[in-house]
Design a protein around this ligand. Sequence first.
Ligand code: MRU
Length: 355
Amino acid sequence: MTIRNVTHAANVRLSDDGKKVIIIDQTALPNRVVHLELDELQPCYDAIRLLQVRGAPAIGIFAGYAMYVLAAHYPELSYDRFCEKFHADKEYLNSSRPTAVNLSWALNRMEKVVLDHKDLAVPEIVSLLKKEAITIHEEDIAMCTAISEHGLSLLKDGDGILTHCNAGPLATSRYGTAIGPVLLGRERGMNFHVFADETRPLLQGARLTSYELSSAGVDVTLICDNMASIVMKNGWVNAVFVGCDRIAANGDTANKIGTSGVAILAKHYGIPFYTLGPSSTIDMNTPTGDDIRIELRDPEEIKKMWYKEPMAPEDVKCYNPAFDVTDHSLIAGIITEKGIVRPPFDINLKKLFAE
Ligand code: MRU
């Protein structure tokens, strides 16, 4: 079973009656297309924590809808009690994953609606929350489309592109960020060749990126993470396009573990390395990559998950960081919906927000 037109799929949406947030369970792909309907706090927290919904922008969109759906459960509360409950739910969801800034960004935006409207009746605030969640989603569609256009301007027909993890439509709203230019170009009849890193240990590249690209008719070759060097050395890669989870004010960028290694390789082979993401992923309150909190995950993901039998001694020590930080000096450009930001990033990111 496949998702029809994955480039435009509604991977996160509100149910028709507005009572549930519906997601495509990304942990079941590519083998099964499973939709989850969520309306309680704990399953919403688990959906983020377990990567049923994942990818920085998709987590933000999901958080917006989840806060609306949860708030619609208690419209009869007094304003003060409503604020308290809303804040507690928000803080709990925010604790599910620490690295992608889009989660706290969307949650803060939803809470601002509550705090800015103390003069309204609670049910009216709930209606405004629905509107805000839909706006976050619509803005992401517009941002991803614009990012894809800007990214496409850097490519020519026939180019080879290497990507790491998954920053496609499943991780966002439409098109995606890192593979958005490829999918947009494909819709316009252009042909690219994409090398998709499998992305150990959770295999987002194998399970999701190669699925999205092949469903959209893009020429994609899946490689293990440790094969990036040879395909670059062979001259098959013209550019590296990756997504991002948090960009610090100096341009240092957190993305899926392994991304910094790809950037170091790209530098060695003289291949431009681009980070693509919406401005909601740029965190001007985080000065450098050293200030980004890196999520540590369960060692079982390395030792057992995906295998019929354990692939490591039961008690072996594991280190399982979910992200790493690519130094800004390795990045040729940060492609946002507002345009392509070039170094020096500390100056040019400030300018981007001043405009
Ligand atoms: O742990 P994940 O799968 O949520 O990590 C996702 C990534 O690192 C993506 O590259 C990033 O969120 C950008 S998605 C457009």
